[in-house]
Design a protein around this ligand. Structure first.
Ligand SMILES: C[S@@+](CC[C@H](N)C(=O)[O-])C[C@H]1O[C@@H](n2cnc3c(N)ncnc32)[C@H](O)[C@@H]1O
Length: 601
């Protein structure tokens, strides 16, 4: 139900009451005078679908199950997924009302800002998008939606927070104040003039010099690889900047006090957010596995890259280049030093997979004190797990353990030319030995697969094993405990299947069959004999486990594993993959590129 027209007219912005009218049915303010055309769109079908699902939903909150169930493709996922809000979650303390959100899109972030209780003004140039935001926020009295181009909005009110999330890059297409200067600078100047003296501007934008673009990711708006880093932008196109240029442009607008944060894999779907110290400080190398893991989850990853980001990110960060080569920025800036006087509470915040069921979503914060890193964990929502849950989630705080994530080390083994199951067994035995030791046995003794383990062994799998340079191995983040005791054989099958399914790319090998056969064979080589039937039963159990914790339980990924095999010698295959990837990307790519193209970008 729409808000009453009288309640929303008390916006405190007299320009709204003077030049705009409130349309109660649509829950938005539109200009009384005829507005100029504003053509930005993700396509009629996609936006009409969004409008209809949001209109039909009884729960429009950030964490709405109804809206989660309505995500069916890239545009609907982009506009409905709560993971988008990970951009603001680590910096909520910098969000103060009144907030002006410029270019609010379809309202996924507006809803988050509104749920924080601040007074929010969501400005959106496209009429249909504004009506989608109006629907999404219809029960939030503190949110006013304004359908106007930014240049037609000249409120006398000053704002404590202004956001430009994925918007500044469009300034050359949609904004001009009539002066000669670059519309990007015009927009920043105008925005700076709307801030309260200690107000904060938040700009989220891709990094022109982001590492992933060197690896071959297409420029997000123009759709072609290398166009950003080769600087093919024009006076009439979208544009992105490197860190220094962005910082200088903000400073030129008077916003000289700045704090940059780095969403990974990018600002669109952050799995993690790192602050300056983590990205390029003396301890930056320790954060590289976290960044590599979050980058691997990029939902817009092309099939072929010129190099493996997961391997490159370590040296980049150890050399203090992490911030300059971050994929995107959340640049916070102000004319006053006050907002950034205190350090952030954490150096990095990690959310992981946003497709988990609500009770199990988590937030992991890393902080540094006297050069030591520590880890704090908490659940992201206050929704309790089902009473009859067979699994317990344990989120303990713990010190940060340095070393190599053993699950990720499997990737190197599988990229070796003509790798063998013997190579895989050599890798796996480091973990199974650690498992034996944890269970109280000597690493070199034979232990039966029917050995009963406590439920706390459920997560003692390669992705949670850290191996230090001297070979010492330590399990961390044993998040999942089973209510019932477990058989060692199940933990081994679960660990191998998780590690094999997490591999991005495998070189060709005669010994690559299907995952079940490989696990049966590998276990036999390691003296953990199990029949195919038993392995299949354990794999079914693993699938059941995934259905308990995830909205998108891992399907049978055997196909994916086999399809990603590449021949080291066959470069034509690379080329074929690149073409396939291009075709696929054309369908899936950032939804705004087609418009940017049409607009001369
Ligand atoms: C990439 S989308 C980002 C939307 C939203 N901030 C989000 O992250 O979901 C850019 C949005 O900004 C809007 N926009 C761009 N320039 C604008 C302007 N000058 N005035 C009003 N809206 C604008 C577009 O219509 C579009 O909805």
């Amino acid at each position: 139900m729409a808000k009453s027209s009288s309640s929303v007219q008390m916006t405190g912005i007299s320009q709204l009451e003077r030049d705009f009218q409130y349309e109660a049915d649509a829950n938005l303010w539109s200009l009384k005078a005829k507005a100029g055309a504003f053509t930005y769109s993700d396509g009629d079908q996609n936006e009409n679908y969004l409008l209809s699902v949001i209109r039909a939903a009884s729960d429009c909150s950030v964490m709405s199950d109804e809206l989660t169930a309505a995500m069916k493709d890239w545009p609907s996922t982009y506009h409905l997924h709560h993971q988008r809000c990970n951009l603001f979650r680590p910096v909520v303390r910098h969000l103060k009302g009144p907030i002006l959100e410029i270019g609010a899109g379809c309202g996924v972030l507006t809803r988050f800002l509104g749920e924080q209780g601040h007074q929010v003004f969501a400005l959106e140039g496209s009429a249909r998008r504004a009506s989608i935001i109006g629907e999404r926020c219809r029960d939030l009295e503190n949110v006013s939606v304004i359908n106007a181009n930014f240049q037609d909005f000249q409120p006398e009110t000053k704002f404590q927070t202004i956001t430009l999330i994925g918007v500044l890059e469009y300034a050359r297409l949609y904004f001009a104040d009539g002066s000669e200067s670059d519309p990007v600078d015009q927009m920043l100047r105008q925005v700076a003039g709307m801030l309260a003296p200690d107000g904060v501007l938040m700009v989220a934008i891709e990094n022109q010099m982001g590492l992933k673009y060197f690896a071959g990711y297409p420029e997000d708006h123009l759709g072609k690889p290398m166009t950003g880093i080769e600087d093919h932008y024009t006076d009439n196109s979208v544009v992105t900047f490197g860190r220094q240029e962005l910082s200088e442009r903000l400073a030129a607008a008077g916003l000289t006090s700045q704090r940059f944060a780095y969403p990974v894999p990018d600002y669109k779907f952050p799995e993690a957010m790192l602050f300056e110290e983590a990205m390029s400080g003396p301890q930056a190398g320790h954060y590289a596995p976290l960044v590599a893991g979050a980058m691997a989850s990029d939902r817009q990853k092309p099939n072929h890259l010129t190099f493996r980001l997961s391997k490159t990110i370590g040296p980049v960060m150890k050399n203090g280049m992490g911030a300059d080569m971050a994929n995107s920025f959340l640049a916070m800036s102000s004319a006053s030093d006050a907002p950034f006087a205190a350090p952030e509470q954490s150096t990095a915040v990690y959310y992981g997979n946003g497709d988990r069921k609500k009770p199990y979503l988590k937030e992991i914060s890393i902080s540094e004190a006297s050069g030591r890193l520590s880890v704090t964990r908490r659940t992201l929502t206050d929704q309790a797990p089902p009473e009859d849950a067979k699994l317990i989630q344990v989120l303990d705080d713990e010190p940060f353990v340095q070393g190599m994530l053993w699950g990720a080390a499997l990737q190197d083994v599988l990229l070796k030319e003509k790798w063998t199951l013997g190579d895989l067994a050599d890798w796996a035995v480091t973990w199974t030995n650690a498992l034996k030791v944890k269970a109280g046995h000597a690493a070199d003794t034979s232990v039966s697969v029917d050995t009963i383990l406590e439920g706390s062994f459920l997560d003692a799998i390669p992705k949670n094993l850290i191996v230090a340079r001297d070979g010492t191995a330590e399990f961390v983040d044993l998040e999942w405990h089973s209510q019932e005791p477990l058989k060692l054989g199940y933990v081994i099958v679960r660990g191998l299947s998780d590690a094999l399914n997490s591999v991005e790319l495998a070189a060709k090998s005669k010994e690559a069959t299907d995952i079940t056969s490989m696990i049966v064979d590998l276990c036999a080589r390691m003296d953990f004999e199990m029949s195919r039937e038993v392995v299949e039963e354990y794999l079914d159990r693993e699938h059941w486990f995934q259905t308990q914790i995830s909205n998108l339980p891992g399907r049978n990924k055997q196909l994916r594993f086999l399809h990603t095999q590449i021949s080291h010698r066959s470069l034509n295959k690379f080329e074929k993959k690149r073409k396939n990837a291009k075709r696929l990307l054309h369908k899936l790519r950032h939804p705004f590129q087609s418009l940017a193209k049409r607009s001369g970008g």
